[in-house]
Design a protein around this ligand. Structure first.
Ligand SMILES: Cc1cc2nc3c(=O)[nH]c(=O)nc-3n(C[C@H](O)[C@H](O)[C@H](O)COP(=O)(O)O)c2cc1C
Length: 361
């Protein structure tokens, strides 16, 4: 099956943006977990569109209907299937541009891949609408991990040129990690909100869009999880992150900055605190040789600016084979990175849960 991730915990996502609904099938989720429905709803609400001017005005309630795998609020261990209805589609926005390739979007490549049978309305299966069931699955995994003292949190590290503070890579507490997710706008430095909203609004009013970076961290991660070479924790996480639409870069720890440091600077010296091996710095992002070190796992994920913008752009009609100019209609996020923050948390939680279940840890 396509659009699936995981080995022991298999999460499969289905649906199209303007079809009847979207959903997830989660196979391998442990039995006996009581789902905190309120917490799950709050988490899903963080991704929901239509809340303010930083997101698309499309209004969706995003309430999952659980069809199987949960009885009286407790997971059964059998496949969990959930559907989310699509309610606020404006398919007419896509009528005239059915064969005009939106620059930066997947219309043309989707047409090639599916011989013209892909649903282009609202981006079809390429739409970020599909991240709603991903967030549902990730929300369950977050609860599973939290019961084991493992916390996943993320924030908007930057939008265009505006920077937030960064997580403390060594002494990060669960409270600091989760604080941005409890705010209406997911930043660490509260004054960054106004600056970021400003730059997004300026782009929106100009019919343009901006990109951003999401920083994610995992605390309480047991040491010794993962494998070298292709099954590295970096590899498994990056595979998940690149499943999120609009992701164009992933780095761990110091990332590309490590290439500019001397070994003496980049190496994280070991020491022992309360009988536990730790490092004094965390340029390695909690992963060495593909295996967790016990330090916080730290990653940054770069999101490109939203491809659908109102500014006229040159493109082609790939059926008529004609060059043309198009102005994208419809309702779009002026900065996808804002709503992507819980999506990054969800993917991280799914991958970490899968790794732990696979290794029986
Ligand atoms: C949360 C989120 C919201 C998005 N909203 C939009 C949108 O409103 N309009 C749009 O054109 N693209 C949006 N995207 C990005 C497109 O889905 C994505 O760029 C497109 O599918 C092409 O895939 P690629 O950028 O990964 O190559 C969004 C992405 C995310 C993660």
């Amino acid at each position: 099956m396509s659009s699936q991730i995981g080995r022991k915990l298999k999460v499969s996502i289905f649906g199209e943006s303007h079809g009847r609904g979207i959903g997830a099938v989660i196979d391998g989720f442990p039995s006996g977990m009581t789902i905190d429905q309120e917490k799950l709803a709050r988490f899903m609400d963080r991704r929901r569109p239509g809340k303010d001017k930083t997101s698309t005005p499309r209004r969706e309630t995003d309430q999952p209907e659980i069809l199987s795998g949960v009885l009286d609020g407790v997971t059964c261990g059998t496949p969990i299937a959930a559907v989310i209805a699509n309610k606020d589609q404006h398919s007419a926005d896509y009528k005239n541009v059915a064969h005009e390739a939106r620059p930066g979007h997947a219309d043309y490549t989707g047409y090639l891949r599916y011989d013209g049978h892909n649903d282009v309305r609202g981006g079809g299966h390429f739409s970020a609408r599909l991240t709603a069931p991903l967030v549902f699955a990730g929300g369950l995994c977050l609860q599973y991990l939290e019961q084991r003292g493992i916390y996943v949190g993320a924030h908007l590290a930057s939008v265009a040129e505006v920077q937030d503070d960064r997580y403390d890579p060594c002494e990060l507490t669960a409270e600091e990690l989760l604080a941005p997710g409890q705010r209406a706008f997911p930043v660490l430095r509260e004054s960054a909100e106004a600056e970021m909203r400003d730059v997004i609004e300026q782009a929106r009013q100009a019919g343009d869009s901006v990109g951003g970076v999401v920083e994610v961290a995992v605390t309480g991660m047991p040491a010794g999880v993962g494998s070298p070479v292709f099954d590295s924790v970096e590899g498994r996480l990056a595979y998940g992150y690149y499943g999120i639409p609009a992701v164009k870069g992933v780095s761990f720890g110091a990332g590309f900055r490590a290439s500019e440091m001397r070994g003496s600077e980049n190496n994280d010296e070991f020491y022992i605190r309360d009988g536990i091996v730790r490092t004094r710095t965390n340029h390695h992002g909690g992963i060495l040789g593909g295996i967790t070190s016990g330090m916080p796992v730290m990653a940054c994920i770069a999101f490109k600016p939203t491809p659908s913008i109102a500014i006229p752009q040159k493109t082609v009609d790939y059926v008529r084979m004609e060059e043309t100019v198009m102005q994208v209609k419809g309702r779009h996020d002026p900065c996808v990175a804002v709503r992507a923050v819980p999506v990054v948390e969800a993917v991280t939680a799914i991958v970490i849960t899968d790794l732990l279940l696979e290794e029986g840890k």
